[in-house]
Design a protein around this ligand. Sequence first.
Ligand SMILES: Nc1nc2c(ncn2[C@@H]2O[C@H](COP(=O)(O)OP(=O)(O)O)[C@@H](O)[C@H]2O)c(=O)[nH]1
Ligand SMILES: [Mg+2]
Length: 399
Amino acid sequence: MRVKRFTGDSVGDTMSKIKRDLGSEAVILQTRQIKEGGFLGFFARTKVEITAAIEEKAIDTTISSDKISKPINSDRIKKAYEAYREKEKEYAGEKDTKDRLLEDSESEIKQIHSMLKEIKGQITKMEDQQGNAPKPFDRWVSFLTERGISFDMAKELTVFLENEIPEEQWNNSAVVFERLRTQIANLCSYTDTIRPRRSKALVVALVGPTGVGKTTTIGKLAAGFSIIERRKVALVTADTYRVAAVEQLKTFGEIIGVPVEVVMTPEGLKEAIDRHSDKELVFIDTAGRSPHHDLHMSELEAFIDTAQPDLTMLVMSATTNLSDQIMVYERFKRLSTHLILTKLDESYCLGSILDLLVKTNLPIAYITDGQNVPDDIGAATPEKLAKCILGEVSECMTR
Ligand SMILES: Nc1nc2c(ncn2[C@@H]2O[C@H](COP(=O)(O)OP(=O)(O)O)[C@@H](O)[C@H]2O)c(=O)[nH]1
Ligand SMILES: [Mg+2]
């Protein structure tokens, strides 16, 4: 690996130098501001110093996997985003496999743990029920827990049904189901989407763990607001450290008519936001943060605290189990104002969304159901959420 230090007047200027010298495969190791020249600190000029590195022999591991599940609006948008995505994938492939193995076994242990907890719960439940006559709503408790809703939540819901529905209708499944659906929709009624304003740019940051779909969701939102709603949008990313990936993201931005800026420091982020104060919407993409990693978290906090976005949306994947989702929420909650739930298409059991929404008490803004940019996203509504939770997945994303 060849490591080299570059200085310049701005991040863009320095990045160009890195690209000319090391090529677009270069990795950014460190970025800082330095003072140059001057006397005893007076009249010194602020410069940017970036340390970059390049593998002596870059490995080409281009993977092409476009899992197209739906027709898309515009081929050009999709292609541009996929080009960016492929660049990112190349780099993701290089991630230390040791790290990944460790993560894999950690998550396996967690899965086993939550399975054990579930089995324990089932045993307690069976012990409770032994000797007791079956209750009229027991089968609804099973129905709900099979859909991923926690036993406690399922119990609460059935107690509610028992009180709400006249006894002579208890066996009328259609009536019970409808009442259940409206009650679940009521519990998911805290929704709120992005409403750009014309007077001053609305700044929206997306935060969350790595790989949940922050960048993809920003791509969908930026394209949607810019092309469909004809809003003036800018995108600032504090995430991408690879020159080539940055270039692809910029090409994507050009096609959807959205300027893309890359920043390396909280101050840089603040400046970029100020530069785009003429826009109606500024999206901030952030690097995925491991909620276990204190240093990563405090870096993210520095970005958000300096940028002071109007909305900070915590992105979580529906494929993450509830206890991990709650752990993630606890770590990110100081920063978060809204939730976005991704990958609904990858989970067949979405009941835990109900537990998550009740537990977090943050408004949910969007749900996403696929990799296609810009199509696979919808504003969250109580009705859609209730359908997802009750397992009517094919219908739940009807826009
Ligand atoms: N199936 C599915 N995949 C998604 C969705 N959103 C994002 N992805 C995929 O998840 C992976 C990680 O996405 P990315 O946006 O890079 O995540 P980030 O690390 O949070 O920025 C990519 O392969 C995306 O295509 C979704 O709603 N459904
Ligand atoms: Mg990203």
